[in-house]
Design a protein around this ligand. Sequence first.
Ligand code: F42
Length: 146
Amino acid sequence: MPLTGEWEPGTSGWAREQVEEFEASDGRKANTLRGVPIVVVTMVGAKSGKLRKNPVMRVEHDGEYAVVASKGGAEQHPTWFHNIVKNPNVELQDGAKRRDYVAHLAEGAERDAWWERAVAVWPDYAGYQKKTERIIPVFVLVPVEV
Ligand code: F42
């Protein structure tokens, strides 16, 4: 069921601008970061209840996606981490394709497999993990069967 509600842009300017151009072009523009594909995840704010949209690197395997809450290796999780924990029903747009997913936090062998895929797509993730004591969370998004 597509998410409904009012989009409240985040305060991270560069990410907000990328979302705006990505959505305005239906995923045909602003769909990479340093040449690597990104996707946009729409979620419900844990406190505001408003829609939040965050670009993340595109890590896909057999129709499922990993969403890596790295925030560049900051000491704290990105704020949007709390949104997905509270409201795991999210939307993901990959290019022009937008679909509903249910997210869960990957642990153990599942996390290891997805972390390997994520670092293969975006090697900086490994550097981010070296920068911080926190274990960078990896959500796995499983498509909702229509
Ligand atoms: N970030 C990643 O963590 N991983 C990636 O792979 C990634 C890739 C990427 C590619 C392109 C690009 O442009 C940005 C990329 N980013 C990536 C950055 C990412 O999109 C976010 O900007 C970044 O992770 C920081 O997210 P953040 O939610 O911490 O951003 C803050 C600055 C923010 O926007 N805060 C909002 C605000 O108003 O201050 C609130 C956001 C929010 O969701 N609030 C919740 C609500 O209820 O609305 C409350 C949440 C709570 O419980 O506190």
